[in-house]
Design a protein around this ligand. Sequence first.
Ligand SMILES: Cc1ncc(COP(=O)(O)O)c(C=O)c1O
Length: 353
Amino acid sequence: MLIEINGQKLHNFASNDYLGLSVHGDVKNAAIDAIKNEGFGSGASRLVSGDDPVFHAFESELAAWKGFEACLLVGSGMLANIGLLQALSDRSTEIFADKLNHASLVDGCRLSEAKVKRYPHLDYARLEKQLQQNVNDNTKPKRMIVSDGVFSMDGDGADITILMDLANRYDALLIVDDAHGTGTVGQDGKGLIAQAGLSGHARLIEVGTLGKAFGSYGAYVLGSAEMIHGLRQRMRTVIYSTAIPVSAIAAARTALDIIQTTDVVQQLQANVAYFLECSQHLQKMPSQTAIQPVLLGSDEAALNRAKYLRDSGFFVPAIRPPTVPEGTARLRITLSAQHTKTDIDGLVQALTL
Ligand SMILES: Cc1ncc(COP(=O)(O)O)c(C=O)c1O
């Protein structure tokens, strides 16, 4: 899996194209055929003239695969989270959010007008304490718990079972963005929610993107038929934004078919297992997923190590604040089904020197 930067070909360990599907022949052909048949841009919002039967077909397929009643396609993950939190909140809403949530959820919270309480990363005892406050408030605020599934910069995962239990006990809606778990977690690649056996739960909304394991572009929101119907009418980032090009949806549909019918998810998981086995001596963060961060601390140390890797033929950029908290600069290694054992051996060797 190569990337060319300023004429230098590097092994790419920085892409979220976890299954290598952006370069799969069938995915590319699906996009090309769609462009030939339909043109490229969709020309308007779906609520005006940008809609196409392909959107509805893929929404049904994605909902069925993920085990939810309904699905709504949105322009991108950023737009999905901002639009979703805005649509579901008003000034009387309380949002409880993990401190390490992705920027799209952070911005969604900011723009939602809700009262936002952030709990320390994965600290569910603290989250429960926050939920207990005002529990007898007779104004009965609407509550939402909002979390990444697999966390984008750490690679660790939320405990969906605990979060769902808290949502049930404290009368809250649970929103999980499993952009990085989809296509990577679970034997079938359905992600953390399916793995926890909670797909389709009435209090649960799942968000994900098509720009990572699907190798395409766009995003989706999954929930009950009633919830998705309401969001279709109310999400400003759907109503007032141009529809995704049909070619991106055609590519994602083909990617879903490949995920369901080939062993591409197992190939990725075998690469993750191999990397974990070879890299035990490195100072890695505790992750079992395709995101394997190596903690370096200072920005300078991370930049120096990234440069060394680049000189050795590997592309792993340094991730620094504000993307991650101060003092936790790191190399965020991402693994793909496309990597070979030789690629992984080379990277581990370069990280060891
Ligand atoms: C957890 C999470 N949600 C949402 C997004 C944004 O998705 P998109 O790139 O489709 O806007 C990302 C992107 O990195 C992400 O990591």
